[in-house]
Design a protein around this ligand. Structure first.
Ligand SMILES: [Fe+2]
Ligand SMILES: [Fe+2]
Length: 171
């Protein structure tokens, strides 16, 4: 058990948040395929793996701190009848929610004087800036083309070029 049970509970909750994120991006990958956008599918599939890696990071950390893992059910993502733009708007809204979760978690670690967790969370603070910026960049491009098919084709081609990042451990 970790010194602070509140922190332990919150870290477990964050594992669930990250797994839900993965699940949501997986649904978005399927929706993109339905829309005939293979580049978007590629992008969301990579995002899916990144979220799994985030969950793994929290999981490993809890075990490292001699904490107890309690896995709960993962909610069903509400994805359906989307457009390219609505998908990325949902992605941004979700990432803003995760940023808030990480921020609250960091505040809790401070209140509980859990310095190790406070430091551990630094990586996620930085990561969330990138996550939000990535989604915002695609939204900006999609707004610029305003539904133009040629433009969408080019954005899809660009998203097709996204490669999976090296695993967290190698960063
Ligand atoms: Fe994440
Ligand atoms: Fe994320």
């Amino acid at each position: 058990m970790m010194k602070s049970q509140k922190v332990e509970l919150a870290l477990n909750k964050q594992i669930n948040e990250e797994l839900f994120s993965a699940y949501m991006y997986l649904a978005m990958a399927a929706e993109s395929d339905r829309l005939g956008l293979p580049g978007f599918t590629n992008w969301f599939k990579i995002q899916y793996s990144e979220e799994l890696a985030h969950a793994d990071r929290f999981f490993n950390y809890v075990l490292e701190r001699d904490g107890i893992i309690k896995l709960e059910s993962i909610a069903q993502p509400e994805i359906g009848g989307e457009t390219a733009l609505s998908l990325f708007k949902k992605a941004l809204t979700h990432e803003q929610h995760i940023t808030q979760c990480i921020s609250d978690l960091k505040d809790l670690a401070k209140v509980e004087s859990d310095h190790a967790t406070d430091v551990f969370l630094e990586w996620f603070i930085t990561e969330q800036v990138e996550e939000e910026a990535n989604a915002r960049a695609v939204i900006d491009q999609l707004r610029m083309i305003d539904g133009n098919a040629n433009g969408l084709f080019l954005i899809d081609r660009e998203l097709a070029s996204r490669k999976a990042a090296p695993t967290n451990e190698q960063q």
